[in-house]
Design a protein. Structure first.
Lengths: 129, 129
DNA sequence: CAAGGCTGATTACATCTGTAGTCATTGCGA
DNA sequence: TCGCAATGACTACAGATGTAATCAGCCTTG
């Protein structure tokens, strides 16, 4: 299997994300295991999961460690990193890079529940003593 | 031009978004005008812009109002609506639907500047007297 | 009136994505 | 030991996307 080891910069697609999520939850799983987990939600065949795994390895997002005659797949990027990147992309594309605008938007469109607001307030207290 | 008038549910792509942004900024522009504006940033040909405009009309995201023998293009969806939808998608996909988690993440990863924090705090004060 | 330019329509085409089938191999169980 | 099930590699293929060329018609300008 060709393993181009680049620093991930390739984008992870929606379908691929479902696979990543399974492996972030529990690393070092075989294709069959990943399939079992992911096919609970999305109705995919094992073949589909294998394709996605291969593409993710190709993209440098997963490592495939040989284990007998199969592979154990493990994320090469932390979920935090990915999530951070995607959040930043959204903020950049839609809010001119201003994160506060996003929060304002969420608040204004009622996307934030009372609990959310309380949680954020608590967070703020912690961040700015 | 076939104008399928559906309620937009088609996704707007990255390239298309650049076009939408120009028209949100100033509606009722011709293809040439949009091109002039958008080609400042992305190095596209007029042909490309026309394709994107056509696809957006097709998707029901733009209206094409005849003006002589050309069209004036105008957004059919508000920027707010689009932004709201995309934000929600992100929160759902990456934060299990919990908007507060997104804010927490932004805060923890230092994506929020001191100014951002102050702004959010002010917002909160306003929202919960 | 004729030539040229602008306009939308149509077509093109490579790449990416989603979804999967086939094939050769190989290790395991009977 | 022998057949089979599991596994990775390769192939497939339709639809979306990015990027653009070409074409036919019409409006303007000379």
């Amino acid at each position: 299997m060709t393993t181009p080891q680049d620093p991930v910069h390739e984008r992870i697609t929606e379908a691929e994300l479902a696979v990543m999520d399974v492996l972030w939850e529990r690393p070092r799983q075989t294709a069959a295991e990943v399939c079992e987990a992911v096919c609970a939600t999305r109705d995919w065949s094992l073949a589909t999961v294998k394709t996605l795994l291969a593409r993710l390895v190709q993209k440098g997002a997963l490592a495939a460690a040989p284990d007998g005659r199969r592979y154990l797949y493990t994320p090469l990027i932390a979920r935090e990193t990915y999530v951070g990147g995607e959040s930043r992309r959204l903020v950049d594309r839609l809010f001119g890079g201003r994160a506060a605008s996003l929060v304002a938007h969420l608040a204004e469109t009622e996307a934030l529940t009372e609990d959310d607001l309380a949680e954020i307030e608590a967070l703020l207290k912690e961040l700015r003593p």
